[in-house]
Design a protein around this ligand. Structure first.
Ligand code: S3P
Length: 447
């Protein structure tokens, strides 16, 4: 499927509620398996990145059903998981979150498995999770630092060891994998990060009554034993702020726009993009509406302002908007003056090398941009032309450059746009509902 977005001839207007946050969907589905009873997770994100996790749960003997967007999972606790007769191969698709979280979960459960994924996922770094898991006594191997990952069975009487570990990179996926493994350790696990990655696991563990503390801002500690019974989850997931970023960018670059996104996740570890937009001069109204399982959510209204200006993004703000740089780059290209992103070398290890992916595509559109070893520089405010670009096998790159069509001089067609369904299957429809000229056409069927 290809997606063509034409220059906007009218403002974007309207209100939307978005599908559940991707990070929360992954955690809620997996952590439900730790609990005892039926979890009910409403507004679950049914998308390319969550399906492999659901299929893995089924292969591990954890029953679930998806009715509309409500996911029900029958949890029997870690100890209640059946031992498989043969080692299952669990396909994680394109989802690094699925692979890294499952590695920690399986290490805790002591179950054997092979974790594999798409060619793109096989290129993502995995030693960051296998090294510390092995240090905890988990029998896990990687393939030259990459997937496939091989976990051997661990006898129930042999517990894992807690570790005191300083993560070399800020990564919520690694932190979560280690906190999951820590559930099966006989001593405390203390993790310290170089910068504050998203803390959804900490919030959900605490809400489930798991023995977790935060002795310092960048440190988290889990101290066994676990409570004998963990209550099932009952929640409605807030909308995905990372998906919201594309719609907010669309409105920020389309004159006269005013859009409201309702019930969006507002965890401060995820709102860096909103801060960046505000620093650029965007008019945002953020109205908190409540909290669920420790996660704040609320409504976001963006009214277009004509004078966005370039900014510098570095340090902790990078971590707080780590998935938003493709969208941010389009806002920066529309803003007057220079935008600089530093301290963002992690972007080279996402679904694509996002620094290269952003800069090469901006060049193709005639916009001025430059790659830096740990970020990029954009000279914004110049008009860009339309054309045909490839999604690059990266859902967020595909969405960002589709949105760029709204402010281009001619339509932009993003080829192989099926990849968008990895995280935001309703992307094109959502833009259309706000009044954007979007057309899907041709190409091969979704993978
Ligand atoms: C995620 C953490 C981030 C993020 C990813 C989802 C999570 O990755 O980029 O989309 O749900 O924990 P890292 O842990 O590699 O920073």
């Amino acid at each position: 499927m290809h997606l063509t977005v034409s220059p906007a001839h009218q403002p974007l207007r309207g209100e939307l509620t978005l599908p559940g946050d991707k990070s929360l969907s992954h955690r809620a589905a997996l952590f439900a398996a730790l609990t005892h009873g039926e979890s009910q997770i409403a507004n679950f994100l049914d998308a390319g990145v969550t399906r492999p996790l659901l299929e893995a749960l089924r292969a591990l003997g954890i029953p679930w059903a998806l009715e509309g967007t409500t996911l029900r999972v029958q949890g029997r606790g870690l100890a209640g998981l059946p031992r498989p007769a043969a080692t299952p191969t669990l396909h994680c698709g394109h989802s690094a979150t699925t692979m890294r979280l499952l590695a920690g979960f399986l290490a805790a459960a002591g179950l054997p498995a092979v974790l594999d994924g798409s060619p793109g996922l096989r290129r993502r770094p995995m030693r960051r999770v296998t090294d510390p898991l092995r240090a905890m006594g988990a029998p896990i191997r990687d393939t030259d630092g990459h997937a496939p990952l091989m976990l051997a069975a661990r006898p129930a009487h042999r517990r894992l060891r807690g570790i005191t570990y300083r993560l070399p990179v800020a990564s919520a996926q690694v932190k979560t994998a280690l906190l999951l493994a820590a559930l099966a350790a006989d001593t405390p696990t203390t993790l310290t990060e170089p910068a504050p990655s998203r803390d959804h696991t900490e919030r959900m563990f605490a809400a489930l009554g798991l023995p977790l503390e935060r002795p310092a801002p960048l440190t988290v500690r889990l101290t066994p034993p676990l409570p004998p019974r963990i209550p099932p989850l009952r929640l409605t997931l807030p909308g995905d702020i990372s998906s919201a970023a594309f719609l907010l960018t669309a409105a920020a670059i389309t004159p006269g726009s005013r859009i409201t996104l309702r019930r969006v996740l507002l965890n401060p570890g995820r709102t860096g993009f909103l801060d960046a937009l505000q620093q650029m001069g965007a008019a945002l109204e953020i109205t908190p509406r409540g909290k669920t399982y420790g996660e704040p959510y609320g409504d976001i209204t963006l009214a277009h302002t004509p004078h966005l200006h370039g900014i510098t993004v570095a340090g902790d703000l990078v971590v707080r908007m780590v998935d938003e740089f493709p969208a941010f780059a389009i806002a920066a290209a529309a803003a007057q003056g220079e935008t600089i992103v530093r301290d963002a070398a992690e972007l080279r290890h996402k679904e694509s090398d996002r620094i290269a992916a952003i800069v090469t595509r901006l060049h193709r559109l005639g916009a001025a941009a430059e790659a830096l070893p740990d970020g990029f520089r954009i000279h914004g405010g110049q008009p860009w032309h339309g054309g045909v670009l490839d999604g690059g096998g990266d859902h967020r790159i595909a969405m960002a450059f589709a949105v760029a069509g709204l402010a281009a001089q001619a339509p932009i067609t993003v080829q192989h746009a099926d990849i968008i369904a990895q995280s935001f299957p309703a992307f094109a429809e959502s833009l259309q509902r706000l009044g954007a000229p979007v057309a899907a056409h041709g190409g091969e069927a979704a993978p």
